[in-house]
Design a protein around this ligand. Structure first.
Ligand code: ADP
Ligand code: MG
Length: 622
């Protein structure tokens, strides 16, 4: 038998490596921007065409490369950034693997132009699929330009796997934000298909955040500054009242590198505890500086994860610094009765002098006076009394159809149900009476129970209504006609430029549901009409939910804007759990649900109702 193991040729090895390093155009953007930063550039230009599928080019004014380095930079494991394994623990650069350029050159057409400040002339190299096509001396400005064209030209499967331009552009924009936020002292410009998307001068961190997320952001920011032996924190958190449904504005940078850390994110949430509404997330833009020796960024090839030596300490410091900032800037906690044990005293109270409580006596109060007398003399005593009176529950009563209510005074409300009188109970639950009277009732303000010939039906009111609304919105969007109601006064809403982008992508579909936009500007949207039945007060919630859904849904395959919009609006507008429905409303909901095409499941594919047959019930009694 002959030996069968061989070393892979370089271009194959590079292609395989590329699979890890380059997932989409945004990965190329990230690698090239990071190389420019490592080259100490202070002006960086990003130019893309067709969401990076045709071209990603980064031009920097950094230190450039010599002729030999230029050629070597495309070799695998060729790097100027580390020399030995020890260097891995003192990383001050973004790159260190020496893999990016080799990988990119294996799966695209690459043109490199570079010149060092001391050199008269520079170098130009063209590579296609790891093969050098040309290398020549070139007249070129100091710094480096790398143009990556026709990404995945030789891997059709990967190319086909790319999402729509909208989605790919959003990924690129995310990468750009991360790099630009980490380096406010570098000027960045970003062009897509010839139009300028961002032009960021060198500026301070607050200005950078505001430049990227819109001028309205300025008033939202609360500074966080802390310096301890193990950790330095600087940056901002968003005031709680500006919290969002999306996580788009959550940024951690560790030593100027964007990272994701659910654990540290939790520290922030903990600091905000009791200050945020359910389902809302705090914004934060925080720079953490730690000794490079105490972190390991080597654990993930795309490098957004990081390992800290002492995560617990970082967690504690982060949480208390954010809490402190929120307190110092007088962001008093909102009352939240579910978190009574979390009562925090606002910082401003610490200097307040205690006040002796005073007692007010209502001399006219007489607990024995009857209703007519007490309501005449003092309103307090009435409310005292009524609050202890059992509220008549008509829903509950309706369960016992056939029972006569005794008289009509308030006292008689406590119906005397005598379960021992078998004759009566029999008629209540006899098959005949239940089947003919189509009664529904609400259970825990969450479910609607309805009777069936063969048993009973328990409907989840929220999911059922989502299904009804979803089908109706989807119909309006696809047949492209909807009725809208004109607003008396145009409604102006502010968003970040990124959010505006998302809304304008969906503008046409939104209009088919009944929205009328009179103006979409860089940071504000003016709405003059809304779909019939949508309360004006819900509009901003609907749009926020929509933005958050689009953000969260991006990684999914077949992203259909219409479907997503219909789902999202249904979610925002559906009857919530806890909402009391009268009988007509209950019946209407049940009927509308069963008029749907797919009544069995909610838009997110969860059951809308369960049935319980008489057999099931009987079994339970055995
Ligand atoms: P890494 O960044 O991990 O070192 P890369 O493949 O991204 O690996 O780059 C290889 C080498 O090419 C870098 O170490 C650097 O010396 C050089 N290089 C790449 N891009 C630039 C640039 N924009 N300016 C100067 N040198 C660069
Ligand atoms: Mg690199």
């Amino acid at each position: 038998m002959t030996d069968i193991i061989q070393l892979l040729p370089d271009h194959v090895a590079n292609q395989i490596a590329a699979g890890e390093v380059v997932q989409r155009p945004a990965s190329v953007v990230k690698e090239l921007l990071e190389n420019a930063i490592d080259a100490e550039a202070d002006e960086i230009k990003l130019i893309i065409k067709d969401a990076g599928k045709t071209l990603v080019q980064v031009i920097d004014n950094g230190k450039g490369m010599s002729v030999t380095d230029a050629r070597l930079s495309f070799e695998r494991h060729a790097t100027s950034k580390i020399k030995s394994a020890e260097d891995l623990f003192q990383l001050n650069t973004k790159g260190f693997r020496g893999e990016a350029l080799a990988s990119i050159a294996a799966i695209a057409h690459v043109e490199l132009k570079t010149k060092r400040p001391s050199d008269e002339l520079g170098t130009a190299i063209e590579i296609e699929g790891s093969t050098v096509k040309s290398q020549e001396v070139a007249v070129t400005p100091t710094g480096t330009s790398v143009a990556v064209k026709n990404l995945f030209f030789n891997i059709p499967a990967r190319r086909n796997f790319l999402k729509s331009d909208t989605v790919e552009l959003r990924h690129i924009t995310d990468e750009f934000h991360r790099v630009a936020l980490a380096h406010p002292n570098i000027a960045f410009a970003f062009y897509h298909n010839g139009s300028e998307l961002f032009n960021l001068p060198k500026e301070n961190y607050r200005q950078r955040v505001v430049h990227i997320f819109g001028s309205k952001t300025n008033e939202k920011l609360v500074p966080v500054e802390e310096e301890t032996e193990v950790l330095k924190i600087s940056g901002f958190v968003g005031k709680p009242e500006y919290s969002k449904k999306t996580r788009m504005e959550q940024f951690f940078f560790v030593n100027q590198r964007f990272i994701k850390s659910p654990y540290l994110n939790h520290a922030i949430s903990a600091a905000f505890e009791g200050l945020l509404k359910d389902g809302y997330h705090a914004s934060y833009f925080l720079n953490l500086t730690v000794d490079p020796k105490t972190i390991d960024i080597n654990i993930h090839p795309t490098k957004t994860e990081i390992k800290f030596d002492d995560e617990h300490t970082l967690y504690a410091i982060l949480r208390s610094s954010v809490k402190h900032s929120l307190g110092q800037f007088n962001i008093a906690p909102v009352l939240d009765f579910e978190h009574q044990d979390q009562f925090n005293t606002p910082y401003s109270y610490k200097d307040k002098v205690g006040k002796t409580p005073t007692i007010e006596v209502d001399r006219s109060f007489n607990p024995f006076a009857d209703d007519t007398v007490s309501s005449g003399s003092s309103s307090k005593s009435t409310s005292f009394k009524t609050s202890f009176k059992p509220t008549p529950s008509t829903h509950w009563e309706s369960l016992y159809v056939g029972l006569e209510s005794k008289g009509n005074s308030g006292k008689a409300d406590s119906v005397e149900v005598n379960f021992e009188k078998e004759v009566k109970t029999e008629t209540i639950f006899s098959d005949a009476s239940v089947e003919t009277s189509k009664t529904t009732f609400q259970l825990q303000q969450k479910y609607i129970v309805s009777t069936l010939k063969s048993g009973m039906l328990v409907i989840d009111q929220n999911r059922a209504h989502q299904r009804v609304l979803y089908e109706s919105f989807l119909k309006h969007i696809t047949i492209k006609q909807a009725t809208s109601q004109q607003l008396l006064f145009p409604l102006q809403l502010s968003f970040t430029p990124n959010e505006i982008n998302i809304i304008s992508e969906l503008q046409e579909d939104l209009e088919h549901t009944g929205f009328v936009f009179s103006d979409v500007k860089k940071e504000t949207i003016t709405i003059t009409g809304v779909p019939v039945g949508v309360p004006e007060s819900e509009v901003s919630i609907i749009l926020e939910q929509l933005i958050s859904d689009v953000e969260n849904d991006v990684p999914d395959a077949n992203f259909s804007a219409a479907d997503l919009l219909a789902k999202s609006m249904a979610k925002s507008l559906a009857i919530k759990n806890g909402q009391v429905l009268n009988n007509t409303e209950q019946e209407h909901l049940v009927n509308s649900l069963f008029a749907c095409k797919e009544p069995n499941v909610s838009p997110s594919n969860r059951p809308t109702f369960i049935t319980m047959s008489t057999d099931d019930i009987e079994k339970k009694f055995m």
